[in-house]
Each structure stands twice: as structure tokens, then as C-alpha cells.
Ligand binder design. Structure first.
Ligand code: CMX
Length: 462
């Protein structure tokens, strides 16, 4: 039976609704209580599914794929989101516009709360406004960081890249890992998810203080204000950065932290976190590894590179450059063996809906901003040039192509910091999966590798 047919058959069975969003609201007020209700059901669901379909073939692997970054190989389980090459991301089956409509927001008709998305990713259920608020409160309550982590950050040279500082601090927060301590005491594997959940909640909660300290140390006077324990996560992150007075910026933060959170399991930061977590490293060590992946220019660092590249272009050909001058600059970039940052994607074959959501925000709040104007212009020119260049499978913009222009508009102009913001958001997606990895008893990840000599011996005709 083909994988698709098998899935369709399963999806139709009421007792085996994989990834389905439940339509009822539980009485549980805390996320942990709700998880404790759901986990046994999900464990039984996965067990039954594996029993019946465990030997179903998901796909084949070619030698090109083995050499080609494993592109398209189906070999991972990721509960929170699935990425369709044409349609883009769905979080627990919900598209970005559906989430924007259905998830609780801080202001009427506003952007979804990242807290609400976290609840959705973890449980598969849309939270009530009270449930989303309970996460805001919990994250604000858990948000302080130990003095030695503050000292560690304060001693970093300003020239150390913000992502290296971020990763350093997350590794240091491991000092207080519930999972590591429970494991050392001999916790039963059936109980792994509990301390993983606690670590995840602590880790996400502490990110604004870590990330803001880096920002204030590197670019400002090093003083970080206090969290407002009655406010939501995005407000607090904006406050610690010094932007909470601007309500539009706070809304942008809510959109930003929602959009960058999760992009199924195969992207480098998600996969790295999952891989490290599979060794039973705790969530801090696993996520620090994920951040190091995110810091690469082909992944999250592209948001910094987009700005760099755009500024360099403006310096080279001027702010009022014609389409022809821009095209020539694009060809110069391509002919010098570099990529156009913010364009292309390993899975997507259409414009990234995360790009479109940011474009909608810009059209609403900053339609006449010159940098947004340039971004819009590039949106029309670059796909044409990349198509003519003939190499990239997807000539359209990805999420990183737009985010910098929005941040610049509101005065957050330090582009080397942008990937840290991406990292704060990415924690929400990848750590929610870590909880499920432990709840479902996911084993050590260990794919098989070969050498070229071995493959030639196995398959070459002569
Ligand atoms: N500019 C120039 N060339 C590009 C390109 C771009 N934006 N995107 C892809 N290509 C090239 C590739 O480098 C590759 O060239 P070679 O055959 O010489 O190696 C060829 O086109 C085929 O690549 P592909 O199959 O289309 O893309 P991949 O799956 O290999 O790579 C990605 C995907 C994102 C790394 C690539 O599109 C890229 O480098 N884009 C620019 C960097 C970027 O924006 N990254 C952020 C992605 C989103 C995120 O993770 O945050």
C-alpha cells in the first residue's frame, strides 16, 4: 500500500486521527495537566498505528539524495507541523491565516499569541484565551536567569557574534536542568516527559532575558529592565529590548515569534535539536545545538545576510537604482559564486506564506516605507533572474527575505542581532517536539552512512 493511501485510510478512522485538532475544550487549566491527559491516548494511538502500518514503505533513497543533503528523504516524525512544498506550513493542520483567525490574541483582531501557538503545537488543541494567558503568566514567572549567566554574558566581548553568545548562555542554563538531575537520580523512562516539560517551560521563559541582555550589552548601555509579570511574552521581549512603548512593534513581535517558531522536523535547527535530544541530552543542550545550526547563513543567519546584501547593493548602485541596475547587481552576485540571501528553499516551491504574512503586516502598517518598497521591488525582480539563472529549484522569497525590513522600520537596526530573535521563536517549535520525543519514547537517532568506495563496490557496473 502506498504511504499516501495508508495515511488517508488511517486519517479516516476515528480512533486513529493523526495530528488532528480536537474540537472540544478540556477542563484542564494548566498545560501540564492537559498533557498528562493526552499523552496516554497518543501513546496508544502511535502503538496501534505502528502495529498495523509499521512495515509500510514511506519512500526510497537514491544515491543523489545521499550526496544531496538527504533532500526529500522521508524519515522523521514531527508532530507540531507539516510543510507542503506548494502551500507552506501548517501548524497541527492549521495554515498561517487560520492560526491568525483562531488563536487567542492580546488585542482584539491582533496577531496570535506565541503562547497560544505553543499550546496548539504541544496539544493539537486551540487554547482558550484563559489557557493562553496561563502560559503568559507561567513564562513571565519563570523568566529570571541566574546571576552567573548574566555575568557570563557581561564578560563576552562585544565582537563575539550574538548567536555565539546566545548559544553559550543556553548551554550555561543547563546548570538547572530538571531532566539532567532526574536522569542522574535514575528516573524511569516512562516519566521522562515530565522534567523535559519543566525544562522546556523554563528555557522558553528565560530566552527574553538572555536575548535582551545580549542586545543591550552589544549595542546599548548593558542595562536590562525587569519583566512585567502581568504581560505577555512578546510584550516582555519588546520591553527588555526597549521597544514596548510602540504598540505596533509589540504586535510585530507577536507575529514574528509566531511565524518563526516551527517549520516541521527536517530543517537544520529542528533536526539538530531533535538529534541531540535523542541522545537524552537535556533540552538546554539540545536547543543550544539547534541554535548553532540556525546561525548558518544558509539557514537563520540569512535574515542578517539579506540586510547586509541589500545595504551593500544600495551603497553600490544607489537608492534610486533602476530595475536594470538591480538586475545587473543580481547577476554580479550570482556570477561571483554567491547566493541571493532570502530566496530559495529546500522544500518550498512557492513564495513562503511566512513571507506573505510579513508583507501583509507591512502593507497594513508601513506601506510607504522606502525599504519595504525595495523589498517589494526585489520580490518581482529576483525570481525572474533566479529562474533565468536556472539553478535554484525555488526562485521565490523565504521568511528571511522580509523580516529585516520590518525591524529596521521600527528602529531595531542591528542586523547581526536578527538571528537571535529567530532563535527565541524557534525554541517554541523545537522544544514542544522534544516533549513528545520523550513521551513517545523516541530512540537514539542513528541513520546508516556509506563511503563512496563502499557504494561503488555495491552498485557500480564495472
Ligand atoms: N541564490 C543563488 N543560488 C541559489 C539560491 C539563491 N538564493 N538558492 C539555491 N541556489 C542554488 C544552490 O546553491 C544550488 O547550487 P549548486 O548546484 O551550485 O550547489 C542550486 O541552486 C540548487 O539548489 P536548490 O536545490 O534550489 O536549493 P537547496 O535545497 O540546495 O538549498 C537553500 C536551499 C535555502 C539553502 C538555498 O535556496 C539558498 O542558499 N538560499 C539562500 C540562503 C537563504 O535564504 N537561506 C534561508 C532559508 C530559510 C531558512 O532556513 O531560514
Amino acid at each position: 500500500m502506498s504511504a499516501l493511501r495508508a495515511f488517508t485510510k488511517v486519517a479516516r478512522q476515528p480512533t486513529l486521527r493523526l495530528n488532528a485538532v480536537r474540537s472540544y475544550a478540556s477542563q484542564a487549566t494548566s498545560l501540564k495537566e492537559r498533557l498528562a491527559e493526552i499523552i496516554p491516548e497518543k501513546q496508544a494511538e502511535v502503538k496501534a498505528f505502528k502495529k498495523e502500518y509499521g512495515s509500510t514503505v514511506l519512500g526510497e533513497v537514491t544515491i543523489d539524495q545521499a550526496y544531496g543533503g538527504m533532500r526529500g528523504i522521508k524519515g522523521l516524525i514531527w508532530e507540531g507541523s507539516v510543510l507542503d512544498s506548494e502551500e507552506g506550513i501548517r501548524f497541527r493542520g492549521k495554515s498561517i491565516p487560520e492560526c491568525q483567525k483562531e488563536l487567542p490574541s492580546a488585542i482584539p483582531g491582533g496577531e496570535p499569541l506565541p503562547e497560544a501557538l505553543f499550546w496548539l503545537l504541544v496539544t493539537g488543541e486551540v487554547p482558550t484565551p484563559e489557557q493562553a494567558k496561563s502560559i503568559s503568566k507561567e513564562w513571565a514567572a519563570r523568566g529570571d536567569i541566574p546571576a552567573f549567566v548574566e555575568d557570563l554574558l557581561d564578560r563576552c566581548p562585544k565582537t563575539l557574534h550574538p548567536m555565539a553568545q546566545f548559544s553559550l548562555a543556553i548551554n550555561a542554563l543547563q546548570h538547572d536542568s530538571h531532566f539532567a538531575k532526574a536522569y542522574a537520580k535514575g528516573i524511569n523512562k516512562a516519566d521522562y516527559w515530565g522534567p523535559t516539560y519543566e525544562d522546556t517551560m523554563d528555557l522558553i521563559a528565560k530566552l527574553p532575558k538572555v536575548a535582551a541582555r545580549i542586545y543591550r550589552n552589544v549595542y546599548k548601555d548593558g542595562k536590562v529592565p525587569e519583566l512585567d509579570r502581568d504581560q505577555d511574552y512578546s510584550y516582555n521581549y519588546a520591553k527588555l529590548l526597549g521597544f514596548e512603548q510602540n504598540k505596533e512593534f509589540v504586535e510585530l513581535m507577536r507575529l514574528y515569534l509566531f511565524l518563526h517558531s516551527d517549520h516541521e522536523g527536517g530543517n537544520a535547527s529542528a533536526h539538530t535539536t531533535h538529534l541531540i535530544g535523542s541522545t537524552l541530552s537535556d533540552p538546554y543542550l539540545a536547543f543550544a545545538g539547534g541554535l548553532n545550526s540556525l546561525a548558518g547563513p544558509l539557514h537563520g543567519l540569512a535574515n542578517q545576510e539579506v540586510l547586509r546584501w541589500t545595504v551593500a547593493m544600495q551603497e553600490s548602485i544607489g537608492h534610486d537604482a533602476s530595475d536594470e541596475q538591480i538586475e545587473k547587481y543580481l547577476w554580479d552576485t550570482l556570477n561571483s559564486g554567491r547566493v541571493i540571501p532570502g530566496f530559495g528553499h529546500a522544500v518550498l516551491r512557492k513564495t513562503d506564506p511566512r513571507y506573505m504574512a510579513q508583507r501583509e503586516f507591512a502593507l497594513k502598517h508601513l506601506p510607504n516605507d522606502p525599504l519595504f518598497g525595495l523589498v517589494s521591488k526585489l520580490y518581482h525582480i529576483i525570481p525572474r533572474v533566479l529562474t533565468e539563472h536556472g539553478k535554484t529549484k525555488n526562485p521565490y522569497p523565504n521568511i528571511d527575505s522580509h523580516s529585516g525590513a520590518l525591524l529596521q522600520y521600527y528602529g531595531l537596526v542591528e542586523q547581526d542581532y536578527y538571528t537571535v530573535m529567530f532563535g527565541v521563536s524557534r525554541a517554541i517549535g523545537v522544544t514542544s517536539q522534544l516533549i513528545w520525543d520523550r513521551a513517545l519514547g523516541m530512540p537514539l537517532e542513528r541513520p546508516k552512512s556509506f563511503s563512496t568506495a563502499y557504494l561503488k563496490k555495491m552498485y557500480a557496473k564495472n
